[in-house]
Ligand binder design. Structure first.
Ligand code: NAD
Length: 387
């Protein structure tokens, strides 16, 4: 496709604003935005430099002047908006979770495949150069056979009963909250770095704050102010503890929480191979911990010492920190290049990755309910693993 790409953004909260910035940096024009009302879309259009504010997301996804639709709304709208956008011939960048359940995500994968359009999901932690470096070392066999994957994804923005957001409400966010929202990112990154697929899970979940004061219009991560709204029971989980197995014979565990005081966005993954271990920490992403029996080393994000596959995402000199926004920029730039050239780079997260995450989420919630190990639908058969 030639000429300037025209992007439309549905949902202009925390992540919609990030999408708009990255879209512009990648050479697109943000031609329209839609939010929960025309008034909030007008405010957002002014802030984000969009040409037009539209009255609804439904109008945006079929607008003839838009080439690529970014779905950044609350979760319950992802599937219908992405479906309508694909049906209207638009490329789609749809936020996770792709749909409220795995069946919905599978339907979207089918539609996207039939359409020939590009359909991507922002699992953007893949774009940290240090995460890529860990992947390269494991892929090249330097770490040896992967035996254990472990870590956490901890946040604290829903710690208190006064903390609220549309995510808490199962009708808007889905039956799983913490795991679908951030556990999905952890699993995607753990699988991406290790090359393994999660095949079985045994999970427990907890709703640590059983009642919250309703303020569901509050923007994500906005903090809490005193509210005097209705107190409502919470049905979605605040935290999950998950054991898992992979197709290549590794074991793993992850703790996911939105109620861990003092932790803001602590996605931390450690992978133990038979020769060395690697640890990535999203809150300290300029460094990769590299453990061997003789010594442990901190590998810094320095293009001179990174492998080419990681160095291509190091856009600033060492010592000039890169972060989350840079990952988003790199992801959107790859999506737009793919739209322009028709050829996707290896590692671009697409709807099939969103489906994989949705299936793991469903297995986690089923396991927690039935108190049993549950297979992940569609995961590869476990390999014969040498002793
Ligand atoms: N990939 C990532 O790293 C990442 C990070 C944060 C959020 N997300 C995802 O992005 C989505 C949005 O999350 P957020 O944190 O930006 O939430 P948010 O609450 O900050 O923003 C939600 C936006 O949706 C708009 N909205 C609500 N109802 C709407 C409707 N009917 N039509 C159009 N717009 C509507 C609101 O006006 C608001 O602008 C979620 O699905 C979340 O999982 C992904």
């Amino acid at each position: 496709m030639e000429g300037e790409l025209r992007a439309g953004i549905a949902g202009t909260g925390f992540i919609g604003s990030v999408h708009a910035r990255s879209a512009r940096l990648a050479g697109a024009r943000v031609v329209a935005v839609a939010a929960s009302s025309l008034q909030s879309a007008e405010r957002a259009a002014a802030q984000l430099g969009a040409d037009r504010a539209l009255a609804s997301a439904e109008e945006l996804v079929t607008d003839p002047d838009i080439d690529v639709v970014h779905v950044c709304t609350p979760n319950h709208l992802h599937q219908p908006l992405a479906e309508a956008a694909l049906a209207a011939g638009k490329h789609v960048v749809c936020e996770k979770p792709l749909a409220l359940d795995a069946a919905g995500a599978a339907a979207l994968v089918g539609l996207a495949g039939d359409s020939g359009l590009q359909a991507a999901v922002p699992f953007v932690y893949r774009y940290y150069p240090t995460a890529r470096e860990a992947r390269e070392r494991i892929g090249a066999g330097d770490a040896g056979a992967v035996r254990l994957l472990h870590g956490t994804y901890l946040q604290d923005w829903l710690l208190r009963p006064e903390d609220d957001n549309w995510r808490v409400d199962a009708e808007l966010g889905g039956a799983s909250r913490a795991f679908a929202d951030i556990g999905s990112h952890w699993c995607d990154l753990a699988q991406f770095i290790s090359g393994h697929s999660i095949t079985r899970v045994s999970a427990r979940v907890v709703t640590a704050v059983p009642e919250r004061v309703r303020a569901s219009g509050r923007r994500a991560f906005a903090g809490s102010e005193p509210t005097h709204g209705e107190v409502r029971p919470v049905t979605t989980e605040d935290a999950a503890v998950v054991l898992f197995e992979t197709d290549a014979g590794a074991l793993g565990s992850v703790i996911v929480s939105q109620v861990s005081a003092g932790r803001k966005n602590r996605l931390w993954i450690e992978i133990d191979g038979s020769k060395e271990a690697l640890a990535f920490d999203q809150e300290n992403p300029e460094e990769l911990w590299w453990g061997r029996r003789e010594s442990a080393t901190i590998l810094r994000r320095d293009p001179e010492s990174l492998s080419p596959a990681a160095a291509r995402y190091a856009t600033l000199p060492p010592g000039h920190p890169q972060g989350y926004a840079d990952c988003f920029d790199a992801f959107i730039a790859e999506v737009y290049d793919t739209i322009r050239t028709g050829s996707a780079p290896e590692g671009l997260p697409v709807f099939a990755d969103g489906l994989r995450a949705a299936r793991i989420t469903e297995a986690v919630m089923t396991s927690a309910r039935d108190q049993a190990w549950v297979d992940v639908v569609g995961a590869p058969e476990p390999e014969e693993v040498a002793a």
